[in-house]
Design a protein around this ligand. Structure first.
Ligand SMILES: [Zn+2]
Length: 110
């Protein structure tokens, strides 16, 4: 009987891979577009700027876009040229992404 279905094990592997890829995509999409987080971040008081990334997690000391020391808090990060750049805000990250080559020089790497 089984010899009639040589593709069975291959199919379940395929299904597993598909599920894994879909899961990975969902996870990534969630990470890049965190709607609930946007709502939370939209109420900024100076003290509540959450340190979502520890400064130990990034390779720069200063926000390359605005020059602010990252010890004040890191809102977002970018992987660029094998390094992790931290930013005080999403806006600074966006600015950096428009011209990373130039702005990376301001980052004061560790
Ligand atoms: Zn900044």
């Amino acid at each position: 009987m089984n010899s009639g279905f040589p593709g069975t094990s291959g199919f379940s592997l395929y299904a597993f891979l598909t599920a894994a890829i879909v899961l990975a995509c969902v996870t990534t999409a969630c990470h890049q577009n965190p709607k609930t987080e946007i709502v939370r971040v939209a109420i900024p008081t100076n003290d509540s700027i959450k340190v979502r990334y520890a400064k130990e997690m990034v390779d720069n000391k200063k926000d390359p876009s605005c020059g602010m020391p990252l010890s004040a808090g890191i809102e977002d990060t970018v992987h660029y040229n094998g390094k992790v750049y931290g930013f005080c805000s999403k806006e600074c990250k966006d600015i950096f992404l428009k011209d990373p080559k130039t702005l990376a020089k301001n980052a004061e790497m560790k």
